[in-house]
Design a protein around this ligand. Structure first.
Ligand code: HGY
Ligand code: MN
Ligand code: MN
Length: 391
């Protein structure tokens, strides 16, 4: 926990509460420096890859490496554990292993992925998607943050050349197994440590409703084409469509220009939809989009829908999960409603996830919390698993 305390004041968000730490922003660059210092203190050799992810090697890089780690960025106003717990636990697992005189028999690295939350540039797991070729690097470079800064510009300012970004076969080829520790983000875990079995299929869609900007006082209701109406009907349609375990959320709705006495000219609405498989997720989004189209027509508004990211259901490597569970004496396995970098890597290398109990199940909020003794149990579990895999 001391390492989490180290960064407890980095990136606090006084307006939202919690933390706002986003890819290549000033705060995340400070966290990168902190991680680099922590890694060097442990004799790890920190080598950024060309996509902006940080790799801290214990010994020489090489094939069949055992890799662990997570992310340091947050959602806007996020909690202290989602991401950093996995990075801090990896560093402390190295401490435990070094303290007992363990030396890895395989190449071994701790990795920090950039912009896992997509909190600045809108696409989740951006660093691991670039590494694996799951996103076109030109599209990634052109993604913009709310201030209009592109990912390419932010990457360049952080010392990375966007023209060199993209699938990194050499880096991928070094990974033998990847194990990510993460705070659980639901209430599914009733013991300190568990394993992830799967990740829901999930994606993000942007709906832009365009009407006619006008005066809130001088414009009669019958003369309006107010995009806020169909935007509101989309929010309600999302809740109605989320049945049978599916999830559909609107957490971000931005009217333009956004004046109290102004009828918006356009409204952007982002939908996060998830379900147990591809077909069900697509069905939920189709239902919502049909209602959005009806609502736009009813109000004389135009609608443009853009799919911003999508990932199919992830099933983690069962042999690796069994091996990790076995060395831990048997831990429960549970589905994950949250996406992770491990979910992106799972398509390329044997991947497992360890979850640490979250007593409230709250995440992506300042109240996110995990008990110190459960975090310590997570570190011991991760060290035990890594010792088995890299022994
Ligand atoms: O959105 C997610 O599920 C993850 O926290 N990026
Ligand atoms: Mn998250
Ligand atoms: Mn996370």
């Amino acid at each position: 926990m001391t390492d989490l305390v180290d960064i407890a004041d980095v990136g606090r968000d006084p307006r939202r509460g919690g933390y706002s730490r986003h890819g290549f922003d000033r705060v995340e660059l400070e966290l990168r420096e902190w991680f680099t210092e922590q890694a060097r203190r442990r004799g790890l050799d920190v080598r950024p890859d060309r996509n902006g992810n940080l790799w801290a090697w214990w010994g020489a890089p090489g094939p069949d490496a055992v890799v662990t780690g997570s992310h340091l960025d947050s959602v806007p106003g996020g909690g202290a554990f989602d991401g950093p717990l996995g990075v801090v636990s990896a560093l402390q697992a190295v401490d435990l292993l070094q303290a007992k005189g363990f030396r890895p028999a395989k190449p071994f690295a701790v990795v920090v992925f950039v912009e896992e939350e997509g909190g600045r540039f809108g696409v989740a797991c951006l660093g691991s998607r670039l590494l694996t070729g799951a996103i076109d690097p030109a599209r990634a470079a052109a993604l913009t943050d709310p201030d209009g800064v592109t990912f390419g510009e932010a990457a360049r300012a952080a010392g990375f050349d966007p023209a060199r970004m993209g699938r990194d076969d050499e880096a991928l080829a070094t990974i033998g197994r990847f194990v990510e520790l993460h705070v659980e983000q639901g209430r599914g875990l009733t013991v300190p440590v568990g394993l992830a079995a799967s990740i829901l299929a999930h994606g993000r869609w942007r709906y832009t409703f365009t009407g006619e900007g006008n005066h809130a006082g001088a414009t009669l209701v019958e003369d309006r084409r107010d995009p806020m109406l169909p935007a509101s009907r989309l929010v309600l349609a999302a809740r109605r469509a989320a049945t049978g375990g599916a999830r559909a959320t609107v957490g971000r709705l931005v009217p333009n220009p956004g004046g109290t006495n102004v009828i918006a000219s356009s409204v952007d609405v982002w939908l996060d939809a998830r379900a147990e498989d591809d077909a069900r997720t697509r069905e939920v989004v189709a239902l919502i989009t049909e209602e959005a189209e009806r609502a736009a027509a009813d109000e004389g508004c135009a609608l443009r829908v853009t799919e911003e990211s999508y990932g199919d259901t992830v099933w983690f490597d069962q042999a690796l999960a069994a091996e990790v569970s076995d060395v831990l004496g048997g831990v429960p396995s549970l589905p994950s409603g949250a996406g992770h970098d491990a979910g992106i890597l799972a398509a390329h290398v044997p991947t497992a996830m360890l979850f640490v109990r979250n007593p409230t199940g709250i995440s992506h909020a300042p109240e996110e919390f995990a008990e110190a003794e459960d975090c310590a149990a997570g570190v011991v579990a991760l060290a035990t698993a890594l010792e088995r895999l890299a022994g």
